[in-house]
Design a protein around this ligand. Sequence first.
Ligand code: TRP
Length: 328
Amino acid sequence: MTKKRVFSGIQPTGTIHLGNYLGAVKNWVDSQERYENIFCVVNSHAITIKQDPKQLAQKTYELAAMLLACGIDTKKSSLFIQSQIDEHAALAWILDCNIPMGDMSRMTQFKDKSAKNPKNINVGLFNYPALMAADILLYQVDGVPVGEDQKQHLELTRDVAMRFNRDYGECFKIPEALIPKVGARVMGLDNPESKMSKSSSGANHAIFLLDTPEVIMTKFKKATTDSHNTIVFDTTRPGLYNLLSIYEIFTHKSRESIEEEFVGKGYGHLKTAIAEVVIESLRPIRETYKKLMNDQAYIKQILDEGAQKVRPIATSTYNKAKELVGLI
Ligand code: TRP
């Protein structure tokens, strides 16, 4: 039986936090036996928002190193940088010419992002979903893991692919949305009502994978809880629920045994226990990351090999699309 081919994209903006890790990256790492994975650092998408060029290049390497440190294994999966394969931008152009203005204008993420960046509403930001569609369609994939915020973009991808196949002839595989397992939605430690995000300004909002043990301990100790005194999984107590869920994921213990473990204990005890588990779980990631970042030549080599591995698929799809539309 052949494995399903899956494409995942991640932007090299900001550092990875526990929410990204548990909500996405860890699932990718765990799916490496099940799927034929293609992981792509989508740096071309990142420039739809103004970036400092030197920093963008640095962040691209950092993210690649972080993905490797988290357990992406290039013997099993492919990992490459979007800008190293020219066919992404080239196919996006052909798709652009086949996406009705009305369809693109409905994308809610463009509306959100342009409201947040009123000084830089550029054409690339508007066209972003066409580049994303090209990322996916180039590799003839079966599925794409998408969170709530990317579902609309995947729908657009499917629509343009089906329309293209109908109008010009069979070219693209139609990708399915893979909805991630529930339960890995990590909330902000300072505000458990909102999803953990890199853009929150609160100093104790997010745990970053590169935080030192001391910082992780402090952030958990300051986490918002409530004034009850029982430690149970209760969704009406979002601060506590969030902490317990993080503990559950890292320890793989059952909810009953966790509740039992904390009978008669206070929040201070619980927070220390969670912080310790998180510190120990992240330690190997942090250490591997540091080693990798000391050898950027090695990271470059891994990324070159990744691009070489997937390039033939991209070239073959692009050449087909080009031929079908009559570009010589
Ligand atoms: N738009 C995605 C995000 O912001 C990133 C992305 C770009 C992507 N191209 C992709 C995700 C292709 C999946 C497949 O999260």
